[in-house]
Design a protein around this ligand. Sequence first.
Ligand code: DSN
Length: 427
Amino acid sequence: MDDTAIAQLIAAEEKRQRDGIELIPSENYVSRDVLTAMGSVFTNKYSEGYPGRRYYGGQENTDQVETIAIERAKQLFGADHANVQSHSGAPANEAVYFAWLEPGDTVLAMDLSHGGHLTHGNPMTRSAKLYNFVPYKMKNPETGEIDYDELRELALKHKPKLILAGFSAYPRELDYAKFAAIAQEVGDQCLLMADMAHIAGLIAAGVAKNPFDYGFHVITTTTHKTLRGPRGGMILSKGTVSTPLKAPEKTLENIPTLIDRAVFPGMQGGPHEHIIAAKAVAFREALQPEFKTYAQQILKNASVLADELQKRGFKLLTGGTSNHLILADVYSSFGIDGKVVEETLDKIGLTLNKNTVADDPLPPFRPSGIRLGTPALTTRGLKEDDMATIAEWMRQAIDKREDAAALEILRREVRDFARKFPLPSDS
Ligand code: DSN
């Protein structure tokens, strides 16, 4: 590469990723094939529209790439329709709102500090200014159970047009059947939407429940977390796909068509066909038997890591984990906030993120918690036996956080250990 400034930074980032242990639960390492597709000549091509219905010529290859991605996505998740053009998870969520809601309509969604995502109604977001989000919460953060009685009461009171199940920081499985029963009580035109961005790979592998099996109409996701694809988004739906010239009526049956029109031309212009090519590659990888083994290992690693952290004094929200993600209240465990822990662990090559805990008394930039998970380290090849080592490093670093020399020794230990595990893009 001629641009030495950028070439050096790419090399430095690869070294950082290789020499550390990635614990951010929404990150992963993609394969060489996914990287190749992302860096391909499809980035040169405009292709507004959908396969067979484009606004530019020269689509004989893009149409095939996008069709393959769509068909693989449908197969992976049992969907009637897949829109693979969403640039990421936030625009995928916004596109569903735009497809289905009118300004002022009500949505029930998980409270941010109880695990919901910013796009599930945080007042700072565009969607929260357009629609009326009513938050629901966990009944008891000690167990993680959602307060389904409160959810039902809120639903019957507010008559939402959309009920959203999903999370960005929640370590337990949702009871999709309860969501579906509540939506039925609201009425037969209440849209059930799941945001499965964090657990898409677990669902694809069959180790987490699929919301479509419980009557959900729409699933949004990113493609770069547990699904291990390129940075991007996708919207899956049940219903009939048609290509009417006029906007179809807003009925659940028409959801796939409404979503396609919301993504393009509603919200986006030209799709990123190089990313769609990489999505197709990742979906093929996720359809292989090895991917199920990978997803099972994510869960085993997370469960052991949670136990090992608890043994070392970390208080875990909901008492543990049932998925890939762990939340620890480091403020009540050690009297320091999540920012201090994030920065301390960065110094030794363990990367995770500070996170609010339910109804956090501390502010978002210095919250009480940390969030970590096992998708990326499982891709590197770490197994259950390695989890005690990581938990021990975390505790030691917290205890020795004022001791630069001790942190440097830990840093070297982490690096020597991490280098034993190749990146998937090495092969
Ligand atoms: N930033 C993503 C996450 O880390 O969970 C959500 O958008």
